[in-house]
Design a protein around this ligand. Structure first.
Ligand code: FE2
Length: 162
């Protein structure tokens, strides 16, 4: 589908194709995996006064899949701006999803984008391998996981895709 946008630049109205517009990235959340979720959550809520996010957009649906890919509990916390997803550790999520990158073993941090397909094309062009999990855990989010050069797991997702 052809899409285009208009914008004002140096006082002149400019017209560009969607493909020429850079995709947006914004830091979205931090995820830590733990073997003692209640202890971890209590620590951060007590010391940093984090609040709990309790809405339909923050539910885990991966336990409803046939492969029950991730069945752990997740506490969704926030300081009012950034989200923190403290999660029960699951070293088998990658195996169950048949993916090489497991985001639920040691955690990850996440950037939100408005163009997940463009992001994967960019990775392809740069020769960076990634695991395309699709929509598997959070309703509507298309999630991709990859490693940085030191092996830290990064999530990139686009919301409201499915
Ligand atoms: Fe995440």
């Amino acid at each position: 589908m052809f899409r285009a946008r208009w914008f004002l630049s140096a006082g002149q109205l400019q017209h560009v194709n969607e493909s020429e517009i850079a995709m947006q990235f914004k830091f979205h959340h931090m995820n830590i995996c733990t073997d003692n979720l209640s202890r971890l959550t209590k620590f951060y809520k007590t010391l940093f006064d984090l609040g709990t996010i309790n809405d339909e957009a923050h539910t885990v649906i991966s336990r409803e899949r046939d492969d029950r890919a991730y069945t752990g509990k997740v506490d969704f916390l926030t300081d009012g701006d950034i989200e923190f997803h403290w999660s029960e550790r699951d070293l088998d999520t990658g195996f169950k999803m048949k993916q090489f990158v497991n985001p639920m073993g040691h955690g990850h941090f996440c950037f939100r984008t408005d163009d997940i397909q463009g992001f994967m094309r960019k990775c392809d062009q740069l020769g960076i391998r990634y695991s395309d999990y699709g929509c598997w855990a959070i309703p509507g989010w298309h999630q991709v996981f990859l490693h940085d050069p030191d092996g830290h797991v990064i999530e990139v997702h686009q919301p409201n895709v499915f």
